[in-house]
Design a protein around this ligand. Structure first.
Ligand code: PEP
Ligand code: MG
Length: 582
């Protein structure tokens, strides 16, 4: 009989295949007392395991290079960097000395500490980075215990349509499975925003994560249907279900092929209006995907990622190296670096943000982003210098998060100017005309959009935060999730106000919240006058397809009546009518 399992819809794609269940025994460690005289040897043992882990990762990385899967190698670089960070490179050795314990136990304690620090992060994307800590620690532990790197040693049967079922998967394992032709991955754990999830989407592997007891309920060799877009798995499907999904799969492949055909077409409405479609980027490896969808540059680079999970912030040189790489890879297309958006639900570790962070009474309303820069400007100034230096190498824009008052804009611009003067005095190149923009994500900023437009070179509407702040509903709190609706009239009014203010001042306005990549809202936003969207690259072809079939003049007329309505249900019906046929 067919059994249906459900989980998180991590990466779309309908596939039919056979289960390949990978079981990994949890590694258990215990504390052993180490006499003082043997502590040095224990520390050496730990360092040796680190060395071997580094060697393994470098070897995998070398194979990837040969395979031409550049970009994905960055996941491994991130893991290699973690091995160098004092949190893994030296802290366990200190624990060995202090506690007089074995290396395995010291690493276990350090792992717990790191994971607890990650748990404190409210932002789900950043919190998901704890998976990387788990994966790196597990590799080191395996080497300490002489177990070898188990998961990527799995061999899938050649030519089979294998669907891997696993408790947990690292990006490295996923990559190894991809190289062996895996068609889908079902995972008991993992988050929607984990590295592995991002990678699955990038590699086009259908994936469902968070499937409770998948390893028990699916057996090796079971026939499976995986619908990654719906987060559904059918175990041992009957004939009629199989033929229905065969047809769906064929249809999906035709649709994907049609979307790929659009890659080189400009995003122009039926009546000729060109729309700018840009990409949101969290990690340097996403840049590769941008080329695949032919985006008009990066509209939002969330730079906070590289500050995470470290005691010290990355220095100017390290940041510059990353920004330079991104600018060079984008080969002339603009890159919008948003300066660090931290200090509220994204606290930084160690010495980086001593006063800001989750400890605040109400962190989302606390010392976040620009508010923090103004109190403790050093880290911001360092980042600005790195961005300015990268601006000498290609088109770069700088975007300021969490602006609330005009005073902030003026003060922050003065801080940036001081860094420009400093570079100039030092004879270091930068783009003197670098565009400086502001996120419109606080209602006060939207209400003052006309004023902000006179002091900034561009505006970018961050609907994720604009919705939470306008509707007083925490974007991470499931209890009030029902309120977080972009179609609430209050939200539409603030978006309209911002677009209008930009148009009147001749200042470009983009929208870079999740709303921009949701096909449901594309026509609504076009009709409200939005001409620039920035979204996760995977959604770009679909949004382009809608633009290509939109008659702007007609849409504008219909939307004009719609967005001013006061009942969100009525607005929702109007939006659905607008979307008939897409
Ligand atoms: C937003 O708030 O809409 C936004 C794009 O920024 P973030 O999601 O990073 O807060
Ligand atoms: Mg935001």
């Amino acid at each position: 009989m067919t059994e249906t399992l459900r989980g998180m819809a991590v990466a779309a794609g309908v596939v039919l295949g056979q289960a390949h269940v990978i079981r990994r025994d949890r590694i258990r460690v215990r504390e052993d007392f180490i006499p003082k005289a043997q502590l040095g040897r224990e520390i050496d043992r730990y360092k040796d395991a680190l060395r071997r882990t580094r060697g393994e990762l470098k070897e995998i990385r070398r194979r990837i290079r040969a395979d031409n899967s550049a970009g994905i190698a960055d996941f491994l670089d991130a893991h290699l960097l973690m091995l160098k960070d004092s949190a893994l490179a030296s802290a366990p050795a200190d624990i060995i000395k202090e506690r007089q314990c074995n290396a395995e136990w010291a690493l276990h304690l350090q792992r717990e500490r790191l994971l607890t620090a990650f748990e404190g992060i409210a932002d789900p994307y950043l919190r998901a980075r704890k998976d990387d800590v788990e994966h790196v620690v597990e590799r080191v532990l395996r080497n300490l215990l002489g177990l070898g790197a188990a998961p990527d040693a799995v061999t899938l049967p050649a030519g089979a349509a294998s669907v891997v079922v696993v408790e947990d998967i690292s990006p490295t394992d996923l990559l190894a499975l991809h190289q062996q032709g895996v068609i889908a991955v079902i995972c008991e754990s993992g988050g929607l925003n984990s590295h592995s999830a991002i990678l699955a989407r990038g590699l086009g592997i259908s994936a469902v994560f968070g499937v409770h007891e998948a390893g028990q309920r699916i057996h090796h060799g079971d026939d499976l249907i995986v619908d990654g877009g719906a987060g559904i798995i059918y175990v041992a499907p009957d004939q009629s279900l199989s033929s229905y999904y065969q047809q769906r799969r064929q249809q999906q492949q035709r649709e994907l092929a049609a979307l790929r055909q659009l890659r080189d077409l400009p995003a122009r409405t039926v009546d000729g209006q060109l729309i700018m479609l840009r990409a949101n980027v969290e990690l340097a490896e996403d840049v590769e995907m941008i080329a695949g969808v032919n985006a008009d540059g990066i509209g939002l680079y969330r730079t906070e990622m590289m500050f995470l999970g470290r005691r010290e912030p990355p220095g100017e040189q390290e940041q510059f190296a990353l920004y330079r790489r991104v600018v060079e890879e984008m080969a002339g297309r603009p890159v919008t670096f948003r300066t660090l958006d931290v200090g509220a639900d994204k606290p930084l570790g160690g010495a980086q943000t001593p006063r800001a962070g989750a400890a605040a009474i109400n962190p989302a309303l606390g010392l976040r982003a620009v508010r923090w820069y103004l109190q403790e400007p050093e880290i911001f100034q360092c980042q600005v210098r790195a961005i300015l230096r990268a601006s000498a190498l290609g088109p770069v824009r700088l975007l300021l998060p969490m602006l609330t008052t005009l005073g902030e804009v003026i003060q922050i611009r003065a801080l940036i100017r001081a860094q420009q003067d400093m570079l100039q005095r030092a004879g270091i190149d930068f783009d003197a005309r670098l565009a400086i923009g502001g996120m419109i994500e606080v209602p006060a900023a939207a209400l003052l959009a006309d004023v902000f437009a006179r002091h900034l070179d561009f505006l970018s509407i961050g609907t994720n935060d604009l919705i939470q702040y306008t509707l007083a509903a925490d974007r991470l709190d499931e209890e009030v999730n029902y309120l977080c609706d972009p179609l609430q009239p209050a939200i539409l009014r603030l978006i309209a106000l911002t677009i209008q203010a930009g148009a009147e001042a001749g200042v470009p306005v983009a929208l870079c919240g999740e709303m921009a990549g949701d096909p449901r809202y594309t026509r609504l936003l076009l009709g409200m006058g939005l001409r620039e969207f920035s979204m996760t690259p995977a959604m770009l072809p679909r949004i382009k397809q809608i633009i290509l079939t939109t008659r702007l003049a007609d849409t504008e007329r219909r939307v004009q009546e719609l967005w001013q309505k006061v009942d969100s249900d009525e607005i929702a019906v109007g939006v659905d009518n607008l979307n008939v046929g897409i």
